[in-house]
Design a protein around this ligand. Structure first.
Ligand code: FES
Ligand code: FES
Length: 159
């Protein structure tokens, strides 16, 4: 069946099996392999993308269910060579080692700051609690999101 989905502002169309998961559609159709596929059982959070601005685990959603929705992947964060504050925060605070969890963590964090621009550390930890990171111990991820929140607020004040 033909499935058309808006991904990062571009309409993508392809014939797929009705059972195809959104994570595979994203990785195979436009070739956006920044969205990682880890557990396939809704546990790891590596596959998180935004659907209409809300974080979702794309291994729990069929591609066909995404028709008519706006999907944003980690590739949408950088615009015209400019890093999103979340990406800059991960860089500044050394919030990744192997990087496998990173796309999901970043998209989760982006959604958090869109909804709550000044979260507490507890709110950050709660937001990312659906993702598993085997490397960092989470401390630096929390620091990266805090960094992004602070720099985002400062940039808005300057504008
Ligand atoms: Fe989706 Fe692990 S691959 S939660
Ligand atoms: Fe390796 Fe998070 S950086 S799993």
């Amino acid at each position: 069946m033909k499935v058309s989905i808006s991904i990062n502002g571009e309409n993508v169309s392809r014939d797929v099996e009705p059972r195809q998961l959104l994570v595979h559609y994203i990785r195979e159709t436009p070739g956006l392999t920044g969205t990682h596929w880890g557990c396939d059982t809704s546990n790891c959070g590596a596959c998180v993308v935004l659907m209409d601005g809300k974080p979702v685990k794309s291994c729990t959603i069929l591609a066909v269910m995404s028709e008519g929705h706006e999907i944003a992947t980690v590739e949408s964060l950088e615009v015209d060579g400019e890093l999103d504050p979340i990406q800059a925060g991960f860089h500044e605070q050394h919030a990744l080692h192997c990087g496998f969890c990173t796309p999901g963590m970043m998209m989760t964090a982006r959604a958090l700051l869109d909804e709550n621009p000044d979260p507490t550390d507890h709110e950050i930890r709660t937001a990312i609690s659906g993702g598993i990171c085997r490397c960092t111990g989470y401390k630096n991820i929390v620091a990266a999101v805090r960094w992004a929140a602070d720099h985002q607020a400062a940039a808005k004040q300057e504008a």
